[in-house]
Design a protein around this ligand. Structure first.
Ligand SMILES: [Zn+2]
Length: 112
């Protein structure tokens, strides 16, 4: 599958409050980006809880997420390389409920 997203564009586009790797979740519909989410510390919880990228992207997309595809990946801070990202159980549930029909792990897709 051709990924209709310029990943380079996102490598510098991340919050400073995330230390190790930046998780991204991009929602695509008809090959167009409709929402981008990344992991963030969820204040005011003392920086211990994070908002997951998938959850953030779904919140931004709202009802438009129905029937869409989600692309997930991580960008490592130390060398800006792309790494695999698997949605956690909670996010998987939220994605199913929102109507996401397919999830693509960018790293796996690139290394096929
Ligand atoms: Zn999650």
């Amino acid at each position: 599958m051709k990924i209709p997203v310029d990943i380079e564009k996102y490598k510098d586009d991340h919050p400073e409050d995330v230390k190790k790797a930046i998780h991204f979740a991009i929602i695509l519909k008809r090959n167009k980006v409709i929402s981008v989410g990344y992991n963030r510390l969820a204040f005011p919880h003392g920086g211990k809880f994070t908002t997951h990228a998938e959850d953030a992207a779904l919140k931004k997309a709202g009802k438009r997420a129905r029937g869409a595809i989600m692309l997930v990946f991580r960008i490592r801070r130390k060398d800006r390389s792309i790494a695999t990202a698997k949605p956690c159980y909670t996010c998987a549930f939220l994605m199913a409920r929102a109507g996401i029909i397919h999830v693509i792990d960018l790293y796996e897709e690139m290394n096929k």
